[in-house]
Design a protein around this ligand. Sequence first.
Ligand SMILES: N[C@@H](CCC(=O)N[C@@H](CS)C(=O)NCC(=O)O)C(=O)O
Length: 215
Amino acid sequence: MLKVWGRRSSFNVQKVMWLVGELGLAHEHIPAGGSFGGTDTPEFLMMNPHGRVPVIDEDGTVIWESHAILRYLAARQGQGRFWSDDAGEQSQADRWMDWSQTALQPDFLMGVFWGFYRTPEPQRNWPAIRDKIARCARHFQLLDKILADRPFLCGNTLTLADIPAGTSLYRYFELEIERPSVPNVEAWYRRLREHPAYREHVMVPFDELRGRLDY
Ligand SMILES: N[C@@H](CCC(=O)N[C@@H](CS)C(=O)NCC(=O)O)C(=O)O
C-alpha cells in the first residue's frame, strides 16, 4: 500500500496528491509537517534526512522530493499517460518540471507567496515583492504564449509538465496581487479545474497560512 506523508496545505504535497488522484491510486495519507509536526522524529528523518514533506513509501521504497516522487509514480503507474520510455518524449515534460522548480517556484512560492502572503504586513519587503510579482508576470506571459496553440503544456493531454506549474495557479489567481492578462493560462486553469483530483488536492483554502512565517 502506498503511504504519503504531508500536510494538505503544502504546495509540494499537493503536486503529489494531485497525481495520486489522477492515477486513482489506493493510498494512506498521513498528515505531517506544519502544525501536525512529526517531521523531526528519528523515524521520519530515517525516511527523509531533510525532514521535509512530501515523502512516500511504497512497499519499502521510500522517496522524498516532490518531483522525484512524481516521476516514480508516473513511471510505475502512469505508463502511456504520464510516462514514456522514449527519453526524448519524456524530456518534454521533464523540462517543464525543472523549469517550474528552478524558475517559477522560487519567484512565485518563495518570492510572492512567502514574501507577500505568509509575511506579516509590517515585515513585508515591498521592493522585493514587487520585483517577484513582475518576474511572475513574465513567467505566466511565457506560459500564455506556449498555451496559445495547445490545451496543455505538452500538447493535447495532461502530462507531468502541467503538474508543478499548474499547482501554482490556484494560489496565483487567488492572491490580491497585480497580474497581467493571460487568457491562455486562464483557459488552462479552467481545464485543470475540470479535473476532480485538481479540485480536491490543489484547490485547498490556504487562509491558515496568511501572515504565518513558521511552518
Ligand atoms: N524540494 C522539496 C521541498 C520540500 C519542502 O520544502 N516541503 C515543505 C512544505 S511545501 C516542508 O516540508 N516544510 C516543513 C513543514 O511543512 O513542516 C520538494 O519538492 O519536495
